[in-house]
Structures are given as C-alpha cells and as structure tokens.
Design a protein around this ligand. Structure first.
Ligand code: 8YV
Length: 331
C-alpha cells in the first residue's frame, strides 16, 4: 500500500491496482492510498480502510458486507465501486449508515457483449477443444469428421436479463442470424423490442425448453441467485449451450457440471464462477466447457473508462453534487 496525493483533500482508499493513468489522476485530486502491490485486502484490512477513509474504492474481489460497513468511521461517506455489478456490496447496510454507493455502468457493455459472443461462437464450434488438441501435439491432420460442431446461424438464443449488456448481445446475435429471445422481469418498451427483433418470454421455464443457446446477462441479486438451478437446467434441450458472463452464482454450477457430464446439456462457456478464483474441478474436467477468468471488461479502454467513472463519482460527491452512478438498494 502506498500513500500519495494531496494533503487536506478527500481521503480515498483504493483496494486494488488500477490502470496507471487513473491512479495518477487520483493522486492529483485526492489524498489517496493506492494498492500498487495489488494484494487483496483481508476483511480486517477492509474494515480498517473503512474506518480511515472518506471514500473506499473496492472491486468485485472485496466483500463489503454489513460488518465491514459497520466498521466505517464518521468520515466514510462514499463507496465508489470500480465495476458495474454491486452484488459484493451490502448496499442496504451502506444506505442505512448514510454511505452512498456508486458503480461504473455503461462503459463495459460492448466489451462484455463481445466476450459473450466469443464464447457463444467458441463452444458450439469446439474452438477451445481444437486449440488444446493442437497444443498437446495430438493433431494428426484433417479428416472429414474431425471436431464437427454445430452451426450458429439460424439458431435460437435466449438472453436472460435484457439490460444494457443483454441488448448489446442481442444486436450482435442478429448479425450472426440468430433469432433472439429474452426473459426479463419487466418487458422492454415496444420500440426497443422491435429494433432488436426480440421475442419476449414472461415465463423463463418456457423459454429455456425452446432455446439452442442461452446467455446469462442479468445482475446477481437475491432473486437471481441460482436462477438456473438444477430443476431449470433440466429444462434445456440436450443440444443446448449456456454462456455466462454475468455472475457465477446465477447458475448452480454443480448441477450444470453434472448435466453436461451426463450429456443432458451440450456445453457451456463460462467467464464467471461461484467461488472465484476457485473453479469447480468437475468443470475443469469437461472438454465441452470453455473457461475464461472473469475477463468480460478486460480491455484497456473499458478499465480506463471504469476508472474515469470512479473519478467522476468521487469528484461530484466531494463537491456536494449527486454522483451520476448512484446505486440504490433493491426493493
Ligand atoms: C469487472 C464486472 O471487471 O463490472 C463488473 O460487474 O463483472 C467486471 O467486468 C469487475 O466487476 C471489477 O470490479
């Protein structure tokens, strides 16, 4: 951890290493404590940070629960999350303590949708399997029946959650000639639904039974925790493929692994996991599962834009204005 920046300014504690130019700007603007070694904070370190800071800048790897928030001192007024998802923060406990929470929506939408499409193209076409065979030196040459996958075009894609990222996935999917279906708590306005040429399913179970591909793009909340549980996963057709670039906890991972192993689901492309950075060993053993390490927003552009959003949220808040990306507790 390193101390830098201006004295007598807002005290900001950042829990992980951020892009260099964001850290430099933070040091210019605030009395900032950076984490240049990027060693994750323990729960005790998070509590100590909350006790000391005016503003805490956490990431998805920090569990900001009620206990951590309760350890906050009089000064703690803002938790400016570096990331869009806030499932790791007890927003209700923060609000009860008068601590504002902000996030960084909108700037990682296109990159996360790109990664979703990359997985959606990779799993049915068995790209990761092919790559492994090559690297293991096991390729003996072209044959007419080697590594046959299934065609993308003309298939049905069911998107769970049709917010910014879901819609960005839908736009890409149209270009690949997929027919787009979606399930969401509240139906999209007619005009947007029309533009996306998307079919709405009020009943998730009904949608699942009919899809060739399913993409999870909803936030993790109490309502979406294990939304795809064993019962629902069993509704999928045996040739179906699931992509998850949202949060691991939305799918019962053990059930998913079992069903893929038993041939009741064809495969999965996963960027997120229930117990990151630990990966369920069953998933590791399945060759029709593509695994990538939580990379949805991992572009230089997205990470810098996320940092800019954090800076704007802190600055507006410190200037006694309403920060643009305030997050409110779920009703
Ligand atoms: C981020 C994400 O990298 O923004 C999110 O919700 O899942 C990721 O893309 C991560 O959250 C950073 O905290």
């Amino acid at each position: 951890m390193s101390q830098t920046g201006n004295r007598n300014r807002t005290k900001v504690i950042v829990t992980r290493k951020l892009p260099d130019n964001i850290e430099t700007r933070m040091a210019e603007l605030f009395d900032v404590q950076l984490n240049l070694k990027d060693k994750p904070f323990t729960q005790d370190e998070l509590k100590a940070a909350c006790a000391e800071a005016d503003v805490l800048v956490p990431t998805v790897t920090d569990k900001i629960d009620a206990e951590v928030i309760a350890a906050g001192g009089e000064n703690l007024k803002l938790i400016a999350n570096f990331g869009a998802g806030v499932d790791h923060i007890d927003v209700e406990a923060a609000q009860a303590k008068g601590v504002v929470v902000t996030n960084t929506p909108g700037v990682l939408t296109e990159d996360t949708a790109d990664l979703t499409m990359a997985l959606l193209l990779s799993v049915p076409r068995r790209l990761f399997e092919g790559e492994k065979i090559l690297r293991d030196g096991e390729w003996t040459g072209w044959t007419p029946t080697f590594l046959m996958g299934s065609r993308i075009q003309g298939k049905r894609l069911g998107i769970i959650g049709m917010g910014r990222i879901g819609q960005a996935v839908a736009r890409r999917a149209r270009a690949f000639n997929l027919s787009v279906h979606y399930h969401k708590r509240t139906r999209l306005p007619e005009q947007i639904e029309g533009e996306l040429e998307a079919t709405y399913w009020d009943d998730l179970d009904e949608m699942l039974t009919r899809m060739d591909f399913v993409s999870v793009n909803c936030p993790l909340t109490e309502d979406t925790y294990r939304l795809l549980d064993r019962r629902r996963l069993k509704k999928l057709q045996p040739h179906a493929v699931i992509i998850n670039t949202a949060r691991g906890e939305i799918i019962d991972e053990e059930a998913l692994a079992d069903l893929i192993e038993d041939g009741r689901i064809a495969g999965a492309g996963l960027d997120v996991f229930e117990d990151e950075p630990n990966i369920n060993p069953k998933l590791l053993g399945l060759k029709n599962v593509a695994l990538v390490p939580h990379m949805g927003s991992a572009t230089v552009e997205a990470r810098e834009a996320m940092g800019e959003k954090v800076l704007i949220n802190i600055r507006t808040f410190a200037d006694n204005h309403r920060p643009p990306d305030r997050v409110l507790p779920q009703l």
